[in-house]
Design a protein around this ligand. Sequence first.
Ligand code: HEC
Ligand code: HEC
Length: 166
Amino acid sequence: MRLLFALVLLTIVACATASPPQPTPARAPDSTTVTKYRNPSQEDNDLYVQRVAEWVGTRKNEPAAQVFKNIQIEWLKGIPAERLLLIMNQGYSRALGVSCTHCHVEQDFASDAKRPKRAAREMAVMHRGVNDQLRQMQHLESPAGDRSINCFTCHRGAINPNQVDQ
Ligand code: HEC
Ligand code: HEC
């Protein structure tokens, strides 16, 4: 009986050690970085989102350009209003590690008065252009549809990516 037990135990140990090492993924999925980095302004930003979401109310699935006053980026016009807020919070703000008010006038989110908001529009166009080029590249292993960068790829939680602590 004791021998049988030892045999079973040995088999388990053998199996455990024989299992192949986990391959390291070629491309780190975005989800790993999401859990590692936290925006110091996250709580404030969640409150702003909550406030806007309450104002949006039942129109949350309507196109952003119909719900909001000043959507100029073509590919953001048709997305649901609710999704625009997600991009603002988890995309733009988190990438730069800033509060919504780094780009927005607190009492009027439609205003373009703040320079960083206008810069963000230009950045959005650049990031789109890079993604278009990535998908046209001929010598990458990854399927064209899987290739993309986002604001976080460069910014890593900093307003100026060239000043990120490495
Ligand atoms: C890095 C700059 C930046 C940050 C940070 C940012 N936004 Fe924006 N936001 C923009 C830009 C740019 C637009 C306009 C997009 C366009 O023209 O299509 C916009 C548009 C909006 C709009 C639509 C306003 C209207 O009526 O036209 C809302 C609402 C909004 N943002 C909410 C937020 C919230 C809430 C946060 C924080 C969680 C936030 N934003 C953080 C840049 C930013
Ligand atoms: C290819 C790298 C790269 C990507 C991708 C990128 N940025 Fe930038 N961004 C930069 C660099 C570099 C600067 C600093 C430019 C300077 O002032 O010299 C910058 C500056 C900015 C600024 C100005 C900040 C300020 O307060 O002056 C904003 C706003 C901004 N980025 C928003 C965004 C947003 C939003 C996205 C995603 C849609 C994005 N960036 C994607 C590289 C990038």
